[in-house]
Ligand binder design. Sequence first.
Ligand code: NDP
Ligand code: 2IT
Length: 447
Amino acid sequence: MNVDEQVSNYYNLLLKRNAGEPEFHQAVSEVLDSLKVVLAKDPHYADYGLIQRLCEPERQLIFRVPWVDDKGTVQVNRGFRVQFNSALGPYKGGLRFHPSVNLGIIKFLGFEQIFKNSLTGLPIGGAKGGSDFDPKGRSEAEIMRFCQSFMTELFRHIGEYRDVPAGDIGVGGREIGFLFGQYRRLVNQHESGVLTGKGLTWGGSLVRTEATGYGAVYLTNEMMAAHNDSLDGKRVIVSGSGNVAIYATAKAQELGATVIGFSDSSGWVHTPNGVDVAKLREIKDQRRERVSVYADEIKDATFHSTGSLWSLTADVALPCATQNELNGEHANMLADNGVRFVAEGANMPSTADAIEVFRERGIYFAPGKAANAGGVATSALEMQQNASRDSWSFDYTDSRLQTIMSNIFKSIDRTAREYGHEGNYVVGANIAGFRKVADAMLAQGVI
Ligand code: NDP
Ligand code: 2IT
C-alpha cells in the first residue's frame, strides 16, 4: 500500500467513527496531508498504530451544567473537556464558552492544541474544553453561577499534574477567577497551578493577557524578516476585537504598522488612521459593548454591518476571531488588494480553500498552531512560576515569549525546507509539531 492509500484509509475510518464533526475532520485532514511526506521518508511513524492513536482522544468528558438564572429559571448547558494527548506533559488548553460549542469543535481545538503545545518546546500535552453556554447578555452573577456549576464537575478531572485549563473565546480573567474560586473551595487547597490566566495577585503571570496577540505579531515579524520585509509602515487587518485581536493590534502598532480594521460578530470597523487601543479596550473589556460603539465615539472610524473586512487594501492580515471566518473568496480579495502575509491569531480561521489560495497566489501564511502558540506558551511560563512560587517581571516574561516565537518560526521554516516544501509553514508546523509528540508516544509504548 502506498502512503496516499495508507493516509486515506486512516482518514476514511476517522470520518466513519466521528460522523457529524466537520471542524474535527478539517483539522485532522490538514495534518494527515502534511504527514504524507513524513511517512514516505520514515515509515516507522506508522508503527504501533501511532497515527490512529494520535487521532483518538485519550479521554472525552461530557457533563451536565445546571444553573439558575436571575429570573429563578433553571438553565441546563452541556460541558466538555477533551483530554487529547498527554505524551509531552499534563493536558493543557483553554475553555471556550460560546453557543456554537459542541463535541466536534472541542475535538478540533484539542487536536490542534497537541501540535501547538509541542511547537512551544515546553512540556505540555493537548486538551480543550468548554460549554455551549452563551455569556452574551448575561449578568455577572449569572456568569459566576454558571462558572461555579461548571467547575463543580470539572474539578475532579483537572490538577497541576493532570490537566490545566485556561481561557479561550468567552473565557477571560473574570471567568478564570470564578472558576478558580470554586476549585479552591472544592479541594480545600490553594493549588495555583491548576488553571492559567489567573489574576496577578493570586498566581497569575505578567504578559499572559497580552501573550497570544503579542506572540502572533512576533511570529509575523519573524516571517516578514525572512522575506526581507517588516511591519514598519504596513497596513494590517485584524479580525475580531477580543483578547487576541486587541493585543495583536497593540503590538502591530507599537512596531510601526497601522491597523486599518477590526470586527466582531455584528460587523466590522474601518479605521484608516489606526486604532485607539485604549478606547477599544475600554469598550470591549470594560463596557462589554459592540464594535459599532467604537465608530460612534471615534471620528475617523466607520462601522459596516455588510460587506467584508477582508475587502480592505492592506499588506498583512491577522484573523483573530474564530474558525472558518476567512474563505477562498476572502483569500482572493486579500491577494487582489495587496496582502502578502497572513498569520492566524485564531484557531483555524482560514478554510482549506483559503489556504490553497494563499499557496497559489504566493501569500506567506503562518497557521494558528504556530502563530497563536504564544498564549499557551506563556501559560506554561505561568505554570513554571507557580511551581517555583515565584513571579517574573514583565520584561523577562516578554523576552521569554519573544524567544519562544522566534524558535517556533525557525523550527517550522527549517522543517518545511527539510521536507522539500520551502516557505510552506503549514507543512513545517504540522511536521515539527508531530515529530516530537510521535517520538514521545513511540518511546512510551502502546497506551
Ligand atoms: P474573545 O472571546 O476575547 O474574543 C473573540 C472575538 O471573536 C470577539 O470579537 C467575537 O465577537 C469574535 N467571534 C467569536 N465567535 C465568532 C463568530 N462565530 N463569528 C464572528 N465573530 C466571532 O476570544 P479570544 O480573543 O481569546 O479568542 C479568539 C480566537 O483566538 C479563538 O479562535 C481562540 O481559540 C484563539 N486563541 C485564543 C487564545 C487565548 O489565549 N485567548 C490562544 C490561542 C488562540 P463577538 O463578541 O461578537 O462574539
Ligand atoms: O487556543 C489556545 O492555545 C488557548 N486558548 C490558550 C490555551 C492555554 O492553555 O493557555
